[in-house]
Design a protein around this ligand. Sequence first.
Ligand SMILES: [Zn+2]
Length: 384
Amino acid sequence: MIRWILAFFLAANVAAAQVSVDPERTAVRDGWWTLEVKLGLSQITPYRVFTLDQPRRLVLDFEGVTFGAIEPLNVLSGNRATAVRVGPLRPGWSRMVVDLAEPLVIAEAGMVTVAEGADLKVVLERATAEEFAASAGAPPDPGWEVVTGFDPQVAAQLAESEDFVVVIDPGHGGIDPGANQGGIKEADLMLVLAEELAVMLRDLDGVRPVLTREGDNFVPLSARMTIARRVGADLFISLHADALDEDEAQGASVYTLSADGGSDAARRIVERHERGDLLAGVDLSAAEDRVAKALMDLARAETGPAGRRFADALVSSMRAEGVRLNTRPRREGQFAVLTAADFPSVLVEAGFLSNADDRAVLASAEGRARIARAIRDTIALMAR
Ligand SMILES: [Zn+2]
């Protein structure tokens, strides 16, 4: 039984290349006793493959691969796999996640050179639930535990500075697109809003904005908080515009952490966000009790009240800016990104992509500017 496979080739020209996937040579299908995953690549490239439990998934990471032409539904057949997702993971790396209907362990995996480029073949064999559990687990990340795009020296300087460091967290990204409605992806839109907000914050004296992601990359929820911790965040603002199928789901609202689960709507959005991590292939086995632990921390932290004061002030400021507000604009929920005890944090639901009016507002520069100005003005008060 193979636990996981890491294959790194040390040729520099390989690592920098753009590798494409040929849909004709790509398939996820049942064998007699097996599940076979085949990927036709334009050239050989570093990759890794492993399985995760709860739910059972096969994860394949590739360096330099763009999945452009691949329609996950078209490559999938048979019953042993139920879904395939592909997308960017972090700069230079992308991921394929295959949901498994039964316990299947990796029996063989290999990449070979062929006339068209390279073929990756992974064969999984039926196993017991116990065997699967024993073989599942993410390999050590190849330096990924370090936050990407962030020079540790720059982070240390920020952390030591007298400046008021505002960490802006554009929700979702990469293989986790978030809500997707009317041709708009939550991940893309929140990145735009985050960048526009950062430009405004840079004009404030003594305020330094930091983004948790600067492109269409996947950043696990826990890593977002690690970034905030590294740069010595004085405030953490997570930006979202989710989709919910209900009448009250319109207009902006500001969330802080609740000791209980919060409202039904909050619970559903929380679930969706945690599922983003799960679907993207994050190993949550070690992180399960983090909410409970953080809630205990919350009881003795001073950051809770500061976050709630900020949230209250932000709602007033949004009202003054004429932002379309939810009927209950101040809300609470058990969001993982709000569980830090060492800095105040809020989650701004800028509107709902499931609502056509909200979507129109968020798609317009002026609609986003109202929200950004309200956040900026509230920070200006708090940072003084
Ligand atoms: Zn979201």
